[in-house]
Design a protein around this ligand. Structure first.
Ligand code: NAG
Ligand code: NAG
Length: 497
């Protein structure tokens, strides 16, 4: 296509005056560059393609990896971690429970009152950040700080908060760092991430560390559940609806958890004599398959990342990376096709400068002159004079990268449904509804991503899609953790109903 245009221009140029010829030659140079940019775009679109057939292969691969991960430790890139959650909230939970959500430098404490008929009242919530020096200090110092925040929170409780006499306060602890769970309320820290580096906490039971700190400060509170945010999301959604079978996080990162029959978990059978079902934390961000449409841009993102070779699925899907993939593609277009003019805009060389909310804003721009795209290019990349052609390419780029992510996450979800045997038509007269709970900003705020995700589920499931429902879930790491504190309360079975 570029070639034809150039040939026509050459023939044309030969017939006109020298002055015009200079202008035309300039135009030719530009259109050759433009042709190169379009070539890069076309090649990208081809390499990111996710046909129905390919997605079905990916769903199958997900199912296979799930089996392998359950069968043996290290049997798959999918860790398929047992969470010890064999008892999800039913909607009958009552009383006051606490949640502690430590997800990074920010943490929060909350108190939730679960009342009649699914009525829940968040009595109060406080947000604090961990002082920098405590992120690299000692385990005692960190947990003393957390315990004192909890103690202060409890001390400020009003008259209206009262627990039955003689009852301990109970807490669900969402700890968003890699943990090896040992029971519902214990787990050892594998490593720190997100800027934390507290050597003496590694390998320790973090519930034990918190419990000791609570004792030191004299706060009578017991941790009854240690929770991963994905598991909290599943718990939160299950409280509203018992048909919830899986939770998927589509936010800064991505992960999934689902409810497995305990007898399908060979490696754990001895440990779970009484469990009918068990929540499995898939850690699906680490999924990998030869069917994944990986491009050279994904390769360079991966190579420059903090964890090369890991979390490949996550790097193609989640909010942390989508904008970065677009940036890497743009940089190549700027370098090889002078997409933004003769010089490469310096901002384009800054990793992670383009965030997924920027991308979403550009992708949803429906003004005729794409003024949102223009303002994002100005504000984020400091490109002051983009043409409409350039803006259109920007929208296209966002579409290619976001759609691929949404379609891959839908394929992964179908993999889970397959593993559960819920991807087939119902038998006559059988009522089976499968609810998938989803949380995360990407799903909540990136409308085209969500629409593409849902459309792809329908494309892959056909008629069965009617039996599936996708619901937005909120605050699994807060309310979900408080709910699990209730499900695993030491007083369960002791109370009169
Ligand atoms: C739990 O959640 C966090 C963040 O969402 C993740 O980084 C962590 O590795 C998860 N898994 C485990 C097993 O702790
Ligand atoms: C934008 O302006 C700069 C400086 O005037 C110029 O070098 C560049 O080629 C222009 N870019 C576009 C896309 O018009």
């Amino acid at each position: 296509m570029g070639k034809v245009a150039v040939t026509a221009a050459v023939v044309f140029a030969a017939a006109i005056s020298t002055a015009t010829a200079v202008a035309v030659r300039h135009h030719m140079k530009n259109s050759a560059k433009w042709g190169k940019a379009l070539e890069i775009l076309e090649e990208l679109e081809e390499n990111c393609a996710t046909s129905t057939w390919k997605l079905k292969q990916i769903a199958d691969a997900m199912t296979v990896e799930m089996h392998a991960g359950l069968a043996s430790e290290g049997g798959s890139k999918l860790k398929m971690l047992i969470t010890y959650v064999d008892n999800l909230p039913t909607g009958e939970e009552k009383g006051v429970f606490y949640a502690l959500d430590l997800g990074g430098t920010n943490f929060r404490v909350m108190r939730v009152h679960f009342g009649e008929a699914e009525e829940q009242i968040v009595n109060e919530e406080v947000h604090t950040s961990i002082p920098l020096h405590l992120m690299v200090g000692t385990s005692d110092a960190l947990f003393d700080f957390i315990a004192s925040t909890l103690a202060k929170f409890v001390a400020e409780e009003g008259e209206d908060v009262h627990l039955p006499a003689g009852r301990q306060r109970e807490l669900g602890f969402t700890f968003s760092f890699p943990v090896k769970q040992l029971s519902i309320a214990s787990g050892t820290l594998i490593k720190w991430t997100k800027g934390f580096s507290i050597e003496d906490a590694i390998g320790q039971d973090i519930v034990g560390e918190l419990t000791k700190a609570l004792e030191r400060i004299g706060l009578d509170m017991r941790v009854t559940a240690l929770v991963n945010d994905t598991v909290g999301t599943l718990a939160r959604a299950h409280y509203d609806n018992p048909d919830v079978v899986a939770a998927v996080i589509l936010g800064t990162g991505t992960n999934a958890a689902y409810v497995e029959r305990a007898n399908a978990i060979p490696k754990w059978q001895d440990l779970l004599p009484n469990s009918g079902e068990m929540v499995i934390n898939m850690e699906w961000g680490n999924f990998r398959s030869s069917h994944l449409p990986l491009t050279e841009y994904d390769e360079s993102l991966n190579a420059e990342s903090l964890n090369p070779g890991e979390q490949i699925f996550e790097k193609m899907i989640s909010g942390m990376y989508l904008g970065e993939i677009v940036r890497i593609i743009l940089l190549r277009m700027a370098e090889e096709a002078a997409f933004f003019g003769d010089t490469v805009p310096p901002k384009l060389r800054t990793p992670f400068i383009l965030r997924s909310p920027d991308m979403s804003a550009m992708h949803h721009d429906d003004s005729s002159d794409l003024k949102v795209v223009d303002s994002k290019l100005r504000d984020v990349l400091e490109i002051p004079n983009s043409s409409l052609k350039i803006r259109k390419v920007m929208v296209k780029l966002c579409d290619i990268v976001a759609s691929r992510g949404a379609r891959l996450s839908a394929a992964g979800t179908v993999g889970i449904l397959k593993k559960l045997g819920r991807d087939k038509s119902r038998k006559e007269g059988e009522k089976q509804t499968s609810v998938i709970a989803i949380d995360g900003a990407l799903f909540e705020h990136y409308t085209k991503f969500r629409q593409c995700f849902e459309g792809t589920l329908e494309e892959l499931l056909g008629d069965v899609y009617e039996t599936i429902s996708v619901v937005q879930s909120h605050d699994g790491s807060g309310i979900g953790a408080a709910l699990l504190a209730a499900s695993y309360s030491q007083y369960i079975g002791l109370e009169e109903s």
